[in-house]
Design a protein around this ligand. Structure first.
Ligand code: S3P
Length: 444
């Protein structure tokens, strides 16, 4: 049995300060994987040193790349280049990371190798068929646990067949896995997305020298990559993660008197749905000092405590904020009126079933909440609190519950805080810096 690290939060005085969000998780995974594929040395600045990312770094070593932290805090990846990935000796353990395992499966498929992928309890419950099906069409074979769950053993002869694919749901992970496999296919591999998902893979593939074409179609796009190609190393600067900044922003919005500035937040349009929604709810959010860093737009966000009101979130906004609904639901608990969030059934297959886990946080703390198959609605105002929340190995559920407690009538506790380190290893420290009443983890 592992150690359970409980934590709790309670009503806090005004939050304040100027802080930076940790490095973006999506870009950090990609920087390590693309660097490992490339010919030459990639230096990564601002890499998120969360457990998910460290697992991806370890995985890249097992396929043959060198991955090292430098004295100045940057990371150096010496890629496999034209030699390509080779079969790892042991199982490739991707920990809690869906992005890690799915992108690495895609990247590995382009080479003649055999690899076994494993993960923790949460990752082992998540569906892998969404990438294994299209990769099979391109030529790989695999064995998996029932329902296409991990452990998965993937075998490829390299020399894949190009694919023209329309994923059944908006998913950047699926798009990325196919495009990465496309690097090892002979011809043009195309992914058609009816709604655009985060576009970091196509942007970074271009920066690493791949021949990528993107054609906008309505709300979506057609993205193609021409293989076979060996990527060329390039340096990457990782911007602040808007999905982590989200916790700081909502903390300030719901805690009276708060005024907070979060620096270096990535403002890529495929990631800022939450900011748009919180503004519609009456939140004071001002993005300033826009600039470009590492090919992404970044800004500093000023946020102040605000009187929020309920809204209906348009379902088509979901891909630009799919990881942010749990924390949005916490803001909705303090908003006057009803906030309705639907068209988000994908949340059921994240690190946990985030629809039922989010509803359970709110119900345990006596917030009037209705669950639907594809979402939930929250009738907000004040939060009674007093609940003990089950986090289901899910970092975003753990952090959301702790934020909810910052203005609740009674303290809120969580059963385990260990997973927070997957995406936001400095969460407790940062929260303390801004004055949040969140107690450090205790070990049971
Ligand atoms: C991610 C894509 C999203 C998101 C995940 C990160 C990525 O998953 O939930 O946290 O980096 O590509 P899906 O592609 O499954 O929607």
């Amino acid at each position: 049995m592992g150690l359970l690290m409980t934590a709790s939060s309670k009503r806090s005085a005004a939050l304040s300060g100027i802080v930076s969000a940790p490095g973006d998780k999506s870009i950090s995974h990609r920087a390590l994987i693309f660097g490992a594929l490339a010919e030459g040395v990639t230096t990564i600045t601002g890499l998120l040193e969360g457990a998910d990312i460290l697992a991806t770094g370890q995985a890249m070593r097992s396929f043959g790349a060198d991955v090292d932290k430098q004295k100045d805090g940057s990371w150096k990846v010496t890629g496999c280049g034209a030699q390509g990935f080779t079969s790892p000796k042991g199982a490739v353990n991707c920990g809690n990371a869906g992005t890690g395992v799915r992108l690495i499966m895609g990247a590995a498929s382009g080479f003649a190798l055999k690899a076994k992928f494993t993960g923790d309890a949460s990752l082992s419950a998540r569906p892998m068929g969404r990438v294994l099906d299209p990769l099979s069409e391109m030529g790989i074979t695999y064995s998996a646990k029932a329902g296409d769950r991990l452990p998965v053993t993937l075998t490829s002869q390299g020399k894949l067949t190009p694919l023209d694919y329309t994923p059944p749901h908006a998913s950047a992970q699926v798009k990325s896995a196919i495009l990465l496999a496309g690097l090892g296919a002979d011809g043009v591999t195309t992914v058609t997305e009816p709604t655009l998902s985060r576009d970091h893979t196509e942007n970074m593939l271009k920066a690493f020298g791949a021949d990528v074409s993107v054609k906008a179609i309505g709300r979506g796009q057609k993205v193609s990559v021409t293989g076979p190609v060996t990527l060329k190393a390039t340096d990457v600067t990782v911007p602040g993660d808007p999905s982590s900044a989200a916790f700081l922003i909502v903390a300030a919005l719901i805690t009276p008197g708060s005024e907070l500035t979060i620096k270096n937040v990535m403002m890529n349009p495929t990631r800022v749905g939450l900011f748009e929604t919180l503004t519609e709810m009456g939140g004071y959010l001002r993005a300033d000092n826009f600039r470009t860093s590492g090919g992404e737009i970044i800004a500093d966000i000023e946020v102040k405590h605000s009187k929020l009101h309920g809204v209906t979130v348009p379902p088509e906004r979901a891909p630009s904020m799919i990881d942010e609904y749990p924390i949005l639901a916490m803001a909705a608990a303090y908003a006057v009126g009803t906030t309705t969030m639907r068209g988000i059934a994908e949340m059921r297959v994240k690190e946990s079933d985030r629809i039922s886990a989010t509803v359970a946080i709110l119900k345990a703390n006596r917030v009037d909440t209705t669950e639907y198959e594809d979402g939930f609605s929250v009738k907000g105002g004040t939060v009674e609190g007093g609940g003990m929340v089950e986090t289901h190995h899910d970092h975003r559920i753990a952090m959301s519950a702790l934020i909810l407690g910052l203005n609740a009538n009674n303290p809120i506790s969580i059963d385990d805080s260990a997973m927070i380190a997957t995406s936001f290893p400095t969460f407790f420290e940062l929260m303390k810096t801004i004055g949040a009443n969140i107690s450090g983890a205790t070990i049971k």
